[in-house]
Write a protein that binds this ligand. Structure first.
Ligand code: HEM
Length: 144
């Protein structure tokens, strides 16, 4: 019992110091503690697998990927100065939008991050940003 309580305290302490480290690093370098991180806009960021990102390739739910970052542009695309068409062509993580991101003004680039950033790509299997429990016999299916 005592050991269990110690472990809990240890874990809480680890989380606290990780959070402090991420605060020190500042909002542009989000540190992903365990499963999540907090964006500069105080939004919770998660890891998403390529398989999950690929499901968001419609006007109803449109995600784009630039480098390792995942952006939900579903709402923003309707107010995008160049319209929604160029965004819709790149949804579902089919294209790496790093070049597109760089093309934007500094203000545009921070809008990507502030309005749309939802997390980061991972190679681990995930659904709704959470790890997926796999049956023991599927251990070899590591990639999407
Ligand atoms: C991969 C997806 C995207 C593509 C291909 C794209 C493309 C473009 C293009 C071609 C323009 C120029 C419009 C013009 O001059 O008439 C533009 C402007 C702009 N876009 Fe995007 N865009 C994308 C995603 C986004 C996102 C996610 C945001 C913000 C959340 C955004 C914000 C803006 C803003 C603010 C402008 C005005 C010019 C500037 O500040 O750079 N765009 N975009």
């Amino acid at each position: 019992m005592a050991i269990q309580i110690d472990r809990q305290e240890e874990e809480t302490e680890m989380r606290r110091s990780k959070r402090q480290r991420s605060e020190q690093k500042g909002p542009m370098q989000d540190v992903y503690n365990d499963d999540t991180a907090t964006s500069s806009m105080n939004r919770t960021l998660r890891y998403y697998s390529r398989r999950e990102i690929a499901l968001h390739n419609t006007e109803g739910s449109a995600w784009i990927v630039a480098g390792d970052d995942v952006y939900d542009v579903t709402e923003y695309m309707h107010q995008h100065p160049a319209g929604k068409a160029p965004i819709l062509k790149r949804t579902g993580g089919a294209v790496d939008c790093t070049q597109d991101l760089m093309f934007h003004s500094k203000r545009g680039q921070s809008m990507w991050r502030e309005k749309c950033l939802i997390g980061r790509v991972t190679n681990n299997e995930r659904l709704n940003g959470r790890p997926v429990e796999k049956p023991w016999w599927a251990f070899w299916d590591l990639q999407c």
